[in-house]
Design a protein around this ligand. Structure first.
Ligand code: BGC
Length: 782
């Protein structure tokens, strides 16, 4: 009897052991996948928002219950020990809700300078530090993955998201992104490099087809990602909404498996942009592992596709595996107890410091800056309503913004009071006027901003004749996700801004006082027509929450600006090579409102620049075009002044196996301590195919050099960096012949040159995945 009892209980015990499903650990991913049902697999690859789900008890508002205001979370499967992981934007700082219901604490995040601003520093070390600080906020606020950085090429100055991105040059963009990713991920949290790929306009972004040659893809629109990925191996990548040559980016296996994974060796996970793509099973089959933010219908479609054989379960398993591999790396899986108390104080200091390093000084006649004067007549509604960052998912809920007025007042300047009082009153009444419209504003809509003072002439006259010693005029531009910029009143000055600038310039110059213009802008503007009116022009971009203090530091001369343009400023919009191949003046809520496109069917329609966009400029993007066609520009790529002057000399090139070590001496020959950026370009002397006359190959920012101090700068490049993509051969090709290596402080003044010879041709075949599809059928819009 006793024996029978023992045997029975052993059986029961082993039964209960068998019934216990495996719990996820880094070492038993195979076992967990084996234990998963088809439904669980589908749930895991579709993120957890599910707000279309009827059965979703506990799932609605799911992310809200973990980290309110985060962009999403993945689907938990407690049975297998799989927790949800939390994803949140974005490129200029973490984006979560600042306030929580029934909780008096605040959850603000530091607003750092935006992408284009960080890229203007040309300083990977500083960008890494910003990344590390953002990553600490990600971790301490309980987020696992930051949905940033955005590395898309600044193809056209009107793209609404240019401010989030980095450069018109893929090397500068790619290296900036790699530094940012390495910084964020040094905290043990992940990033999502976005938006992969050729996503260069916002109008009709869900369904626009970017029609790009294979060569332009390889050399420009994929190259930025390739450099970033090889330099940082990010945890994840986010595919873009658009089509590329007739195939949806998130459904293109050639892009995601062949190029990204097989060729470049990407080891992480691929996720969609929010709501991106039309064919869920197709996305999974293409290697787009996670569909975000996730709808129940997507799960059902995946389950059905596996059941009817349209999707191989092995393909689904591959995505599931990548999901699990990602999850086991996260703080949430590893039980990290986050504090909800990131180091906001030191991050505020950091953002104040780094912002000035990215400010670009365009003009400084007779050393107008730094100011010797302390009494300022401050003009421009923007000075009282400074823009810290852009709108949309790239926005940050920052604790405060120091505007220009506060920055000047807090740092030893005084303002000409009658003017200040008038502006304060004007801004107050403008805020009241705009309040009802702003209250209805959706997160992705343009922020209406106060207009200029009406009829300011008398104020200007009085200010010029007062004891104010200098005029500062501030002009601002903001933009954001879901709309592109306009030419009139945006790329160009508004008529009242122009009138203000003209009158201030005339009256102040009449009495021998200087005029300084501070551009608080999200991207390029037309400057040539009015630049003569100013003695100094400083771009402070969208500088984050400490903006006013950072500007004050620079105009006071506590530090010299040392930013260089990551994108050319042309004389006019028409000079931009892609000008006619970009949407123009489409009203924000017009017929193709980009967030909710009218034809969400996955079909391609036929309106130029809306439904499809021809990248006719091919590889001639930005300076690659202007330098080759010899188009005169307002400010070339790489341009930026400091408060000092520099000389560059002693260029030497040492060939060592497959690399060139380029060195030179840089000397501060002015009177002010400052940093300088050495830029290295190459130029093939007699190319067998059309080629830009110069291409950026490397760069290095110096430390702060004191007056009279010199430093040796070294830039190492690989011989294969000189290759171009040869469409006929389906290969990267290094042709035999002579090449010049050129050094300078911007793309137009390359004063040092060294000629090298390539004696052996190199051919590096790559896949021709993404070849433009033949004879796509487009459907006429009714
Ligand atoms: C944007 C992404 C962002 C995502 C989540 C999308 O609308 O395009 O850049 O990461 O939303 O907020």
């Amino acid at each position: 009897m006793k024996k029978i009892f023992v045997v029975a209980s052993i059986c029961l015990m082993s039964l209960s052991v068998v019934a216990q499903p495996p719990q996820l650990t880094p070492n038993n991913i195979d076992k967990v996948i084996k234990a998963m049902t088809l439904e669980e697999k589908a749930n895991l690859v579709v993120a957890a928002q599910r707000n279309d789900s009827k059965s979703a008890a506990g799932e609605i508002g799911f992310t809200r219950n973990i980290v309110p205001g985060a962009a999403g979370a993945t689907y938990p499967i407690p049975r297998l020990g799989i927790p949800p992981i939390v994803m949140a934007d974005g490129p200029a700082g973490l984006r979560i809700a600042a306030k929580r219901e029934g909780d008096s604490r605040s959850y603000h995040c530091t607003g750092f300078p935006v992408g284009i601003h960080l890229a203007s520093t040309w300083n990977s070390e500083i960008i890494y530090n910003v990344g590390a600080a953002i990553g600490q906020e990600v971790k301490e606020y309980g987020v696992d993955l930051l949905l940033a950085p955005g590395v898309n090429i600044l193809r056209n100055p009107l793209c609404g998201r240019n401010f989030e991105y980095y450069s018109e040059d893929p090397l500068l963009a790619g290296k900036t992104a790699a530094a940012m990713i390495n910084g964020v991920e040094s905290n043990g949290v992940g990033t999502s490099l976005k938006h992969f790929a050729a996503n260069n306009q916002e109008i009709n972004r869900l369904a626009n087809d970017s029609r790009v040659s294979l060569r332009a893809l390889r050399e420009i629109y994929l190259r930025n990602f390739e450099i970033a990925i090889k330099g940082s191996q990010p945890w994840t990548i986010m595919t873009s909404y658009n089509y590329i040559n007739g195939r949806h980016a998130s459904e293109d296996k050639g892009l995601l498996e062949t190029i990204l994974r097989q060729e470049w060796g990407f080891e992480g996970l691929v996720m969609t942009d929010w709501g991106g793509g039309y064919d869920s099973a197709g996305q999974i089959a293409a290697g787009n592992d996670l569909l975000s933010p996730g709808r129940e219908a997507q799960c059902l479609e995946i389950i059905e596709a596996v059941r009817n054989g349209r999707l191989a379960e092995a393909d689904l398993d591959r995505c599931v595996r990548r999901m699990l591999e990602l999850i086991v790396r996260t703080p949430r899986f590893n039980g990290y107890k986050y504090s909800n108390k990131p180091d906001m104080e030191s991050h505020a200091k950091l953002t104040r410091e780094v912002a000035s390093e990215g400010f670009v000084l365009l003009k400084n006649n007779n050393m107008a800056l730094p100011l010797k004067e302390r009494k300022v007549a401050l003009f421009g509604a923007n000075a009282y309503n400074f823009i810290a960052g852009g709108t949309g998912s790239g926005n940050v809920r920052r604790p405060y913004v120091i505007d220009l007025r506060e920055g000047l007042l807090g740092n030893g300047f005084s303002l000409y009071e009658p003017l200040d009082a008038k502006y304060k009153k004007h801004i107050e009444s403008e805020k009241q006027r705009l309040a009802p419209q702003l209250a209805l504003r959706k997160w992705h809509q343009y922020v209406l901003r106060p207009t200029e003072l009406q009829r300011p002439h008398l104020d200007i006259l009085q200010a010029a004749q007062s004891d104010a010693e200098v005029a500062i005029v501030s002009i601002g531009r903001s933009s954001g996700e879901a709309f592109d910029r306009h030419i009139e009143r945006d790329f160009m000055l508004c008529p009242d801004e122009e009138a203000l600038l003209t009158a201030v310039s005339r009256e102040f110059h009449k009495v021998g006082k200087k005029v300084v213009v501070i551009l608080n802008i999200c991207g390029p503007m037309e400057i040539s027509s009015w630049r003569d009116k100013a003695d100094a022009i400083l771009i402070c971009w969208l500088p984050g929450q400490e903006g006013g203090n950072s500007v004050a530091d620079v105009v006071l001369g506590r530090t010299s600006p040392s930013g260089h343009l990551p994108m050319t400023f042309t004389h006019s919009y028409e000079d931009v090579r892609s000008a006619s191949n970009f949407p123009r003046n489409v009203p924000e809520n017009g017929f193709n409102q980009s967030l909710f496109n009218m034809y969400p069917t996955g079909k391609l329609y036929d309106v130029k620049n809306i439904d499809y966009t021809n990248y006719d400029e091919d590889i001639y993007v930005g300076y690659r075009d202007y330098a080759t066609r010899k188009v005169d520009v307002a400010y070339p790529f790489g341009f930026g002044l400091t408060y000092s002057q520099f000389e560059i000399s002693d260029m030497k090139v040492k060939e060592c196996r497959d690399t060139y070590k380029v060195t030179c001496m840089v000397k501060n020959v002015g009177n002010f301590p400052a940093k300088q950026v050495v830029q290295l370009y190459s130029s093939e002397i007699a190319p067998e195919v059309d080629r830009p006359i110069i291409e950026l190959r490397g760069y290095q920012k110096t430390k702060t050099l004191q007056a009279g101090e010199s430093v040796e700068v070294e830039i190492i490049i690989n011989r294969n960096d000189l290759m171009s993509y040869n469409e006929k051969a389906g290969a990267w090709k290094l042709t035999k012949g002579d090449y010049d290596l050129l050094l300078g402080f911007d793309s137009q003044t390359l004063s040092l040159k060294h000629r090298i010879s390539i004696t052996k041709e190199v051919l590096q075949p790559v896949s021709t995945a993404m070849t433009p599809a033949n004879g796509e059928v487009f459907i006429k819009r009714e």
